[in-house]
Design a protein around this ligand. Structure first.
Ligand SMILES: *Cc1c(COP(=O)(O)O)cnc(C)c1O
Length: 398
């Protein structure tokens, strides 16, 4: 090739795979495939991929090696048949819901939901002729009462925010299936800890931004479950164009290697924190399913992996100024105010100022979310170090 630009356009291009096939070794981990499209030597190869006669990739909005790798690990975590990986938790959730409902259909949902999902169910779906009934899932007989012949989907989170309540997912799945409805569970707060597929969930949804990513450096989402449903969901994912890109899929797959180690340690730390806070005179009430005092304890004992209850807990201190004083005091140490969760560092969040700031006083009272409620996300630090920081911050208000 005589022209430099022509040479630059083709030198080394697309050769990585051919090199891998001729060398005696391959990369120990899947490299990042930063390629929006795949090249073919002939027309038959394209045909073979479209018909399924050959494995391969065509275009990265549709399927991509790094995205596939992350989806495989995610499905394995939950013992699911298949998985799909999205550009955010919201994308995973709304794409999965819209895949199974249409005009005239009805959804029964817990009202205690991530804000964006609540808005989607309450406002957005209405524009498409889908009705939603919200009912309290702490008593599963409410689900049965809310179901109509039009009900296609029963929807809940496995662990509620910020009161860390655990609905009886097995009973909810049973009710949904008896009425020919699907059961979807947002398990963002409890991967490893809860296995919704084993209780009968058809699809399990995640904001992978939280525990699955686990290092506060990634926005992503996932859906895992029955192969036929994931197939339909993947079809919608392609239409809406929300496949997670190469670099972030790679980062997610890497983070998943340590998921169990992180979640077990975070759960152990959360239990220590909950036990310490429950005994503290400045704390009115602690919400953590690992505590015997929790109204979710027996459900968690039955559903969760033995001995772990997740890394999320909440504690009610005196309200208003005292609560913000605790936050400010914690901020002088390593427990920062982080309006998200599930990183490797222990963090605190203040629901009335962040996740629930649009709620009226009346709605907050109804949900039991007070001005003194602090939500903690346990990190992977040494438990004694975390307790020392909590102790120092609470000393200021007791
Ligand atoms: C964060 C979160 C979401 C939304 O996920 P994004 O990754 O922010 O889009 C959904 N559900 C729960 C329970 C969450 O915590």
């Amino acid at each position: 090739m005589s022209d430099l630009t022509t040479l630059l356009a083709h030198s080394g291009d697309g050769q990585a795979e051919k090199i891998n096939r001729t060398y005696a070794s391959v990369p120990e981990v899947l490299p990042v495939y930063m390629s929006s499209v795949f090249a073919f030597d002939d027309a038959q190869s394209v045909e073979d991929i479209y018909t399924g006669a050959e494995e391969g990739y065509v275009y990265s909005r549709i399927r991509h090696p790094n995205n596939d790798a992350a989806a495989r690990v995610l499905a394995d975590i939950d013992g699911a048949e298949a998985g799909a990986v999205f550009s955010s938790g919201m994308a995973a959730i709304v794409t999965s819901i819209i895949s199974v409902v249409g005009a005239g259909d009805h959804i029964v949902s817990s009202p205690v939901l991530y804000g964006g999902v609540r808005t989607y169910l309450e406002k957005e779906l209405k524009r498409f002729g889908v009705d939603v009934t919200f009912t309290d899932f702490s008593d599963v007989s409410n689900i049965e009462k809310a179901i109509t012949p039009r009900t296609k989907l029963v929807y809940t989170e496995s662990v509620s925010n910020p009161l860390i309540a655990v609905p009886d997912l097995a009973a909810a799945a049973d009710i949904a299936h008896r009425h020919n409805a699907l059961f979807f569970v947002d398990n963002t707060f409890a991967p490893v800890v809860a296995k919704p597929i084993s209780y009968g969930a058809d699809v399990v949804l995640y904001s992978a931004t939280k525990y699955l990513g686990g290092h506060s450096d990634l926005v992503a989402g996932a859906a895992v479950g029955r192969a036929d449903l994931i197939n339909e969901i993947s079809h919608q994912l392609i239409i809406y164009g929300s496949l997670l890109g190469a670099a972030e899929s790679w980062l997610l797959a890497r983070s998943l290697r340590t998921l169990e180690l992180r979640v077990v340690k975070q759960s152990q730390n959360a239990l220590r924190m909950a036990e310490f806070l429950e005994k503290h005179p400045a704390v009115k009430k602690v919400y953590y399913p690992g505590l015997e005092s929790s109204s979710s304890h027996s459900t968690a004992e039955r559903l969760f992996r033995k001995g772990i209850y997740g890394g999320m807990l909440s504690a009610e201190v005196k309200g208003g100024k005292e609560a913000t004083a605790v936050i400010d005091s914690l901020g002088k140490g390593f427990i920062k105010y982080v309006p998200s969760l599930a990183g490797t560092s222990t963090s605190v969040s203040y629901p009335v100022q962040t996740s629930h700031r649009s709620y009226s006083r009346e709605e907050l009272d109804k949900e039991g979310i007070s001005d003194g409620l602090l939500r903690f996300s346990a990190g992977i630090e040494d438990a004694d170090d975390i307790i020392a920081q909590l102790d120092a911050a609470l000393r200021n208000i007791s």
